[in-house]
Design a protein around this ligand. Structure first.
Ligand code: MGD
Ligand code: MGD
Ligand code: MO
Length: 824
């Protein structure tokens, strides 16, 4: 066995004494003690319980049975500002307290008065009554229609923890005969679809070239459409916030950094980086202009292109104007589109090949119309620079989430305590009934066009005719685009069930609302930093569920009982049995790697188990093996190389929206469009103080709202032109809808661009009005709902134009954070 992995045991005794004595002063000695040395210590101070969330590892303090406060784990280098929300959410006015049913639905049954959904007329019912209604409807549709009538594509970020309620949902429906589910996600559908053709893998997943390597070897780091400091506040699981150390170290190393972004972002300010205020949605053109400079000035790495890539000739022809469009992609050409001076484009190209360059990209550029093109263009540019597989060189598509540049430890991966299982084939699923899985962002298309065909990644499928949905752990009335169109389409559902912890707009637009417990009110287990596997955390229950909320597992088990599949669903296992099982599997896996983990009870008492980093992992360089020997270590693409030209994509014939090499294609709306209807681009980046819409119903909101609404960043010149002052209420509108927001006038956003964070709660003034104003600032009232292309069919949320004006008259009060009238 290499060593014990518990925090304390991995330290030498001298260091242990030093650390523990210094931590004693902070009152946290327990976290460092060997297991079994005292429960109170392991749980922090008296009355404190160690647990975790999407915002970090924390101690929850209990007073009189209430979660009184939280404080971050002492090893979190940069605790997130929103951690207080984890306490406040439990008791907030937005908390769903009781099972509720929409009055018309309760009185008249499924399909009743769907126009009045969202109006807030709910009746409190017992759990028994609520679950009877849900069970009855599932049975009715499974029996009378079939699994194709039930949509369980229930997408969303839920909470941290392995007790995944979406897997529970799938399991329940699979045991009943199945349902229509969804594939991919709103995050990176474009990159996920295109990269397997280009690199043979999803580059945006798994370990990346380590931060350490970048700090030591890169001369230039280009942050292209990415803001790691902002986006690393949270994690898919629980954040370690290690990336923040990286930013500090990068700053200390005095590395040159460039930020290509319409907004001067937090990371740029922190790193004192150079800001190039690129025009939104023009990134492919910039990449092509950079490639053209390298090609025409003979500055690209010909050996790398020859040995490691396929299809460069076709791409080079396209760059040189020998393609079907006949346009040469010069720096001047790119300058027209990006509004970056041609000399600056050439200069950037020269700097990229002058030394070791790491290009880091985020995902907003693929959450756009034709979003598959940018990630491909980026890989092509990095190939021409020729540093892929070298320390501190190449590209990364995931430095902004989940500490993927931190070195991987010797810890095990952790599995799922509950599996969705397979569909019990109680009925045949004839082809004409439609797809069993739809691309997740096409949900409204599905509702609008049952029985119609759509194309996706080389295939053609039919949209099923769904009648009911059950949403758990997600907020479609935040995450989906074109809210007014969606509201109308949603009426197709005869029954909508939402199981959540907060009165989100999705819950308000449901027929049956089930109150779930927060993770503070139940037990779970989770890995801190899922990719590098930094530590395993016992996410301990801190308090009993408040009001009438119940854990997701408890709710689904009770529902399964009503459906007569109780035993099959739960297999007689409690939540804790399942947590234990996952731990045991991880322990066995670790043992296979000669890493010892304690017995479950000891782990649970200790609370957190940190793993060691093997020395060799500290200097990990992605694609180093491929670079070393591209024949033995081929990429899993058809040619074994990086595919700059893709024959499989050529075969799909998606010429207009996803051609077979990186191509500049105008998005449906953008700043460079001739005769555009609306003058401002709407940037909907991920919020600093929230995870999407989560915690919006808490006091954390006080940190960022302006005039009680979502902040809307607007450039000083654009504001002046419109007579808008800092703090004014503004109306942001386009042909799809209108929202109110609070103006933040600043020079840190490019003229012509406004920003509204995604995730602002949808607060319609009058649900009977098709173009009602959102009183709070949900950006997705403005965004279009179109697929990126036929390849990925991802969301195009970042393709959006609108106008802003100062709001005159009396602004309607924001009401979305109060519970509906009979729900408090
Ligand atoms: N315009 C625009 N739109 C976007 C984006 C954008 O950039 N611009 N980004 C998109 C992206 S990348 C994403 S990932 C999506 C995110 O969209 P979502 O993942 O739907 O957003 P969240 O707010 O995280 O929703 C999670 C929901 O789960 C609930 N929840 C939390 N814990 C639990 C639990 O334990 N049990 C239950 N039952 N419920 C729980 C929360 O209260 C919340 O309502 O939004 C997308 N939408
Ligand atoms: N604090 C916080 N962090 C989060 C999340 C959150 O909700 N809150 N959500 C998480 C999730 S689910 C995801 S998927 C990731 C998303 O990660 P990303 O998709 O990378 O994040 P975004 O914030 O949408 O955009 C990143 C940057 O792109 C810039 N940008 C937007 N449009 C353009 C453009 O056309 N060109 C260029 N060059 N730049 C552009 C934005 O100004 C922003 O600074 O973030 C994760 N991290
Ligand atoms: Mo996401």
């Amino acid at each position: 066995m290499s060593s014990l992995s518990l925090t304390s045991c991995s330290l030498s005794r001298r260091r242990f004494l030093k650390v523990s004595s210094s931590l004693t002063a902070l009152g946290v000695a327990g976290a460092m003690l060997p297991m079994g040395m005292g429960r109170a210590f392991a749980a922090g101070e008296a009355g404190e319980v160690l647990s975790g969330s999407h915002f970090g590892v924390f101690y929850g303090k209990v007073e009189d049975g209430r979660l009184a406060s939280v404080r971050p784990w002492e090893k979190d280098p940069h605790p997130a500002e929103m951690l207080d929300g984890v306490q406040d959410i439990v008791y907030s006015a937005s908390r769903i307290r009781y099972p509720m049913v929409r009055r018309a639905y309760l009185e008249k049954g499924p399909q009743a008065e769907r126009d009045s959904r969202g109006a807030g007329d709910f009746v409190r019912v017992s759990w028994d009554q609520a679950l009877d209604l849900v069970a009855k409807e599932i049975k009715r549709l499974e029996d009378e229609e079939g699994p194709w009538a039930l949509y369980t594509g229930s997408y969303g970020w839920r909470s941290a923890g392995r007790m995944n309620p979406q897997a529970m949902l799938q399991r329940l429906f699979n045991l009943m005969g199945g349902s229509v589910s969804s594939s991919s996600n709103y995050s990176k559908a474009g990159i996920e679809a295109i990269m397997p053709y280009v690199m043979g893998m999803i580059e945006a997943e798994g370990p990346q070239t380590t931060f350490k390597t970048v700090n030591e070897h890169s001369d230039l780091v280009v942050f292209w459409a990415v803001d790691p400091v902002n986006n690393n506040r949270i994690s898919n699981t629980i954040p370690s916030h290690d990336e923040w150390n990286w930013i500090d170290e990068l700053k200390a190393a005095n590395k040159k950094t460039v930020f290509l972004n319409p907004v001067k972002v937090e990371s740029c300010n922190d790193l004192n980086g150079e800001w190039i205020a690129i025009r939104p949605q023009s990134d492919v053109a910039l990449a092509l202009g950079l490639c053209h400079t390298l090609l025409s000035e003979d500055l690209y790495d010909k050996d790398f292109i020859a040995d490691y890539t396929y299809g460069f000739e076709q791409f080079a022809d396209y760059l040189m104007g020998k393609g079907s469009d006949g346009v040469e992609k010069t720096a001047e050409w790119a300058s027209e589109i990006t509004e970056i001076p041609a000399d600056d484009i050439r200069d950037l190209a020269h700097r990229m090949v002058a030394g070791r360059t790491m290009i880091v990209s985020g995902w907003s550029t693929q959450r756009q119309h034709h979003g598959e093109q940018f990630p491909w263009a980026l890989v092509t540019l990095a190939s021409m620079i020729g540093q892929i597989g070298l320390p501190g060189g190449g590209f990364s598509q995931r430095y902004h989430l989940d500490a993927c540049g931190a070195p991987v430890t010797n810890g095990p991966s952790i599995g799922s305590p509950i599996s969705a299982g397979k569909r019990k084939e109680t009925k045949e699923w004839p082809e004409e009934k439609g797809a069993q899985i739809i691309p997740v962002a096409r949900v409204v298309d599905m509702l609008e066009k049952p029985g119609e065909s759509y194309e996706h990644n080389g295939g053609t499928h039919l949209y099923p005719d769904v009648k009911m949905t059950y949403w758990v752990g997600g907020n479609p009335f935040h995450h989906h685009q074109d809210r007014n169109r969606m509201r109308k389409a949603w009426k197709k559902f005869e029954t909508v069930v939402v199981q959540d912890i907060e009165w989100t707009a999705s819950a308000r637009f449901a027929d049956i609302v089930l109150p779930a417990a927060t993770t503070a009110e139940r037990n779970d287990i989770e890995m801190v930093s899922p990719t590098c596997r930094k530590a395993l955390l016992a996410m301990k229950k801190i308090i009993d569920p408040v009001f009438e909320s119940r854990s997701d597992y408890d709710i689904f088990s009770a529902l399964a009982d009503k459906l007569g599949i109780g035993q099959e669903f739960s297999e007689g296992k409690s939540e804790m049995d399942r947590i234990k099982e996952v731990y045991e599997a991880a322990k066995a896996q670790a043992a296979g790697k000669k890493v010892e983990m304690p017995e479950f009870d000891a782990f649970w008492e200790q609370g957190i188990l940190e793993f060691e980093v093997p020395e060799k992992n500290r200097d990990y360089v992605k694609h180093a093996e491929f670079r070393e020997d591209p024949l033995i270590n081929m990429l899993p693409t058809p040619t074994g190389k990086i595919e700059i030209y893709s024959k499989p994509i050529e075969k799909m014939g998606y010429t207009e929206d996803c051609p077979p090499h990186p191509t500049w294609i105008e998005p449906m709306e953008w700043l460079g469009q001739k005769d555009k209807t609306y003058p401002l681009h709407v940037n909907s980046a991920h919020p600093k103080y929230r995870l999407h819409s989560q915690l919006a119903g808490t006091k954390v909101r006080e940190q960022y709202t302006v005039a009680g609404r979502e902040p809307c960043l607007i450039n000083t010149k654009d504001a002046e032109k419109r007579g808008i002052a800092n703090g004014d209420i503004v109306r942001v509108f386009n042909g799809r809808g209108q929202v109110l927001a609070g103006a933040v006038v600043t020079d840190e956003i490019r003229p012509g661009v406004v920003r509204l964070w995604e995730g602002g709660w949808y607060d319609p003034e009058d649900v009977s009005d098709d173009n009602t104003i959102c009183k709070y600032g949900d950006v997705n009232v403005l965004t279009p709902d179109i697929g990126t292309s036929r390849l990925a069919q991802g969301t195009s949320a970042a393709t959006c134009m609108a106008e802003v004006e100062k709001f005159k008259g009396e602004a309607p009060a924001v009401t979305v954070f109060d519970a509906p009238k009979d729900a408090a």
